[in-house]
Design a protein around this ligand. Sequence first.
Ligand code: B1H
Length: 812
Amino acid sequence: MDLRQGIGLRRLGTTADEFQQDLLSSLYYRRGTTVESASPRDAYEALAMTVRDRLADRRARTAAAHFASNPRWVYYLSAEYLLGAQLEQNLLYSGTGEVAAEAVKVLGRSLEEIEDLDVEPGLGNGGLGRLAACLVDSMATRDIPAVGYGIRYDFGIFRQTLEGGAQAERPDDWAFQGNPWEFPAPDDRQTVGFYGHTEPIAGSPTRKRWLPGEIVLGEPSHMLVPGYGTETVNIVRLWRARGSEASFDLSRFSAGQYAEAVQEAVRAENISKVLYPDDSTELGRELRLKQQYFLCSCSLRDIIRRFRLRNEDWDDFADKTVIQLNDTHPTIAIPELMRLLVDEYEVDWDKAWSITRRTFAYTCHTLLPEALETWPVHLFERLLPRHLEIIYLINMLFLREVEAHFPGDTDRIRRMSIIGEEGERRVRMAHLAVVGTEAVNGVAELHSKLLRETVLHDFADLWPAKFQNVTNGVSPRRFVKLANPRLSDLISEGLGDDSWLNDLDKLAGLERLAGDASFAERWRAVKRANKVDLAAGDPDALTDVMIKRFHEYKRQQLKLLHVITMYHRIRANPTGDWVPRVVLFAGKAAPAYHAAKSIIRLINAVGATIAADPVVAPYLKVVFAENYNVTLAERIIPAADLSEQISLAGKEASGTGNMKLALNGAITIGTLDGANIEIRARVGDENFFLFGLDAYQAADMQIHGYHPREFYDRDAELKLALDSITAGTFAGVGHEVAESLLGWDEYLTLADFRSYLDSQEEVEQTWRDPERWTRMSILNTAHSGFFSADRTVADYAARIWRVAPVTVPRED
Ligand code: B1H
């Protein structure tokens, strides 16, 4: 099939010459410039468009094949997508990397130079946003008809800089020069209401008329999501808020009140202005709820529009549609679908509820109580009055169901209610998400188990079959092939071909090479070359990395106590046989999260003190890499020897950095938390450095009264480390950190300190034996194939979505 033939379009060429012709044509016709006067940006844009064109035919064939087969669709709703840089990815996925490298020479620039101009859209905070990007990649790779829906924030996650060792934030105006990867689709714009009031409709007890007080337009554009090694090209559709025509007040404008004339439009456009930077800590702001509803309302109307192109009967809706909620952020989609069905399409309540429940599925990403979203009832009432009525009705019917199962158990009814009545009445979004969906999943085995045993225990009692686990995964294309070309080449050579890139279990074939001395030698050389590229420090030193958001539960402070202890040990024994280490931290702290920012500040102070100490500096270096994002992760991960995954057990839902690092041959030092447990089970206990309390021991310790001072008093090295902070050894910085650890230490850092240090001793013993270390490193890669997002998507497809792939015919 070639859709171009029908309309007399030529096929795009596959040779470097033909690519070059198209590149020059893009430069001339689409940028309006010539080789002689092209700016670096012109070169970048022209290349981007030339590459993009090479995916256009696959996209057209995908849309046609999907349309023709009227399949069951997966719609992924997520407030965040961390898609990463697009140019390199699209070169790989379109198979044009080599011809492009040749062709761009005509512009007098190398491909690498041009790639440096590619800005990643930072439309997410951390793991949750990157997971969304990995899953849409794998859905396309697995030929699943899918659309990802999100928000096109004008400003993504803030850019982090260090000022005097402290985090400062700058706006991330990521698309201020335009974004060549985006296709605007203004024809598909949607209208969204807010505020106002509802009115009864005569003769109908459940239908209502909602008269919103504010109207906002949602304008979509999409980015291409190509599959790897297949024809499918799916899309991520992102909504941007615009004021309606009515929001421009011409009479005020005419009266000379220019600012007042546009104030309503400005208010509307604020909805998609900026991403909230609060990973795993909730900030109940009205604008945030507006964003959530804006995403849900636009996306649902688009989903319904697409459904009605091919279908007539609402009875078919849930068979043709599955909507996956990425955490509770898009949960208002549940009452919104009810509202659309009942009020606008006049479907009766019971039927609408049955459709709704069968359509949605919910992924929970946390166990932290502060990350479980709730919204004040009064806010809902003002902003979304009709939705609150619908939620009340859903809740009433649900609580009747609970009462029928557990007659007289009023305590249970209070606990399970969608409306929390302690203090200010609030809507519990997780409860709404569980009640309104067919399936609920956690993101790693332990996490799913703890969800059933703790936060969602009552719901698991009522509906045991609803609860599942789907362990997270990561894209091997982005995080191995693109990030680590040297290792990828070596793996392909070792395995005989590169088919492992979409069949990651094949990495197990490396096991037989783990004992091969020359292969191991080359494996080591790859790691060393990656460290030279990263240039964080001595490439022969142990490169110890902790890269993730700053959060007290993740315990960067524990890593820091280890660094401080090493500092004291080396100073006490300058001629000791120390293992040289480069300790690299990277990650952002939410701007309002003061405790996390204090830890960043202390890391930098400790780093500076060590760098200035001629006794310690030869053995220990602390590096803080600014502005951690997907692009930086792709540079650090390939160079890592040791992967720090040291959260308090029971707190990290899964982690995905742990998977990326293991796949790149870093060895994990970690607790029995999140997906660490599954990594250890696969790579083998002997190839993983384990320490610390498990989740049940940690919970016990907290229940029975934890006293951090007892650990401090008993452990001279721990005492020295904390005392030196308090005494001002590190430029006087870090009092709040020490105080919090000694005062309450919410995440049991001191309790795990000694066990962590012992494990680090083991790390060093192992490092001294390079053959052994390399063998462990190879085995980590060999046995991490399970952590491909392709497997994650296969799990969702089989157990939650029940969707089948649709093969897109090849170009003939
Ligand atoms: C994760 C979040 C999150 N869990 C609220 N929860 C947010 C919560 O802006 N907000 O309001 C943003 C993000 N993110 C992470 O999800 C978990 O901590 C990781 O353990 C997990 O690997 C990741 C993907 O499942």
